[in-house]
Design a protein around this ligand. Structure first.
Ligand SMILES: [Cu+2]
Length: 350
């Protein structure tokens, strides 16, 4: 405990030395020394976690299967209105790994923001409130009018508001993100999330999950220091995702890694059907490996035949060794069914 405290104090003190003061929003370059002694320049804002009051917690297991369907109400023409309130902030500090602090910019207090879900043809209404110190917007990928694109209608900080309203479509999985310049900075700090549009006819029932592939530039040198599926490096390796044999798994995967031109996803002991962008109901590939550029995304579907532990990870090994790796823990659904029915006195008669 002593040693841990000492390490923690040393780590925090070294951050204090590296970031001696909270700098104000500015456009001139800051020159500073990173954790590993490299001297770098950045126009980004450097916040000292010791002096930041707003900390945030993020639970990747909860995020994985959490879908925000909004507040629904019927419209006179028989279609559905879905309303969401999204609040942007840019002062949160998140401990992404022990002793590693990150100035997270958030939609509704998390990175990624909430997974917004609607059905094709629904009217989506987003009440956007910018409580950050900088200008932010919400730019959705998909089809919508120009003035709903979240690019030119910049929303000022300290309470600025804008209402985005459009018809959800096309069916598929799309990213949303802030589109204020410098874009790279606004994205890499965490202002992004997933927008799922379900086809009108629905999809086959499945155990559904969202995986946002992200990178964390913790020392502001425009290179990622950590990689992850859903923000926390190595999280699903230490907390395997529990699934069952012979059960359809559907993953909505979105690549939001900046700085590196590609990312990829390899699944062990299995292959998956892959639907690029999720816009077609017929899969384009049956593979164990996809490669994704920035904001490329799609839907993966698979079932495990055999129980056990299976890795999934970037096959760009640098990324997996810096955190983008996880485990599916597959339970035998047959055995579970057997053990449940074995105790049923009506099963064999009395
Ligand atoms: Cu922004």
């Amino acid at each position: 405990m002593m040693i841990f405290s000492l390490i923690a104090v040393t780590a925090i003190s070294s951050i204090f030395v590296i970031f001696p003061e909270v700098t104000q929003a500015q456009t001139e370059e800051n020159v500073f020394v990173t954790h590993n002694g490299k001297v770098v320049k950045t126009t980004g804002e450097v916040i000292d976690p010791l002096y930041a009051e707003a900390t945030m917690e993020f639970d990747p297991m909860e995020y994985l299967r959490d879908f925000d369907y909004g507040k629904t109400s019927p419209l006179p023409d028989g279609t559905t209105l879905r309303e969401y309130t999204i609040v942007a902030e840019d002062d949160k500090i998140m401990e992404v790994s022990p002793g590693v602090f990150y100035n997270a910019w958030t939609f509704n207090g998390s990175v990624p923001g909430p997974t917004i879900r609607a059905t094709e043809g629904d009217t989506v209404k987003i009440n956007f409130i910018n409580n950050g110190s900088k200008q932010h917007t919400m730019h959705f990928h998909g089809i919508h009018p120009a003035e709903m694109d979240g690019v030119f209608e910049v929303v000022g900080g300290e309470g600025g508001q804008f209402t985005y309203e459009f018809i959800a479509g096309p069916a598929g999985v799309h990213p949303y993100h802030c589109h204020v310049m410098p874009l790279e900075e606004h994205i890499v700090h965490g202002l992004y999330g997933v927008f799922i549009v379900d086809p009108k006819e629905g999809r086959e029932p499945a155990d559904e999950m969202v995986m946002v592939l992200n990178g964390l530039d913790t020392d502001f040198d425009t290179e990622n220091n950590f990689y992850a599926a859903n923000t926390i490096p190595f999280y699903y390796q230490h907390h395997p995702i529990q699934i069952n044999t012979n059960e359809l798994i559907r993953i909505y995967v979105v690549n939001m890694v900046e700085f590196d031109p590609i990312n990829n996803l390899h699944l062990h002991g299995n292959l998956y059907k892959y639907y690029p962008t999720g816009t077609d109901l017929v899969p384009s590939f049956y593979t164990d490996m996809i490669t994704l550029s920035q904001t490329e995304r799609g839907i993966m579907e698979f079932e495990y035949q055999y129980p056990g532990k299976y890795l999934f990870h970037a096959h760009k090994v640098e990324f997996s060794e810096k955190g983008w790796v996880g485990i599916f823990l597959v339970s035998d659904s047959e055995q579970e069914t057997l053990s449940l029915t074995a105790g049923d006195p009506n099963e064999y008669g009395t």
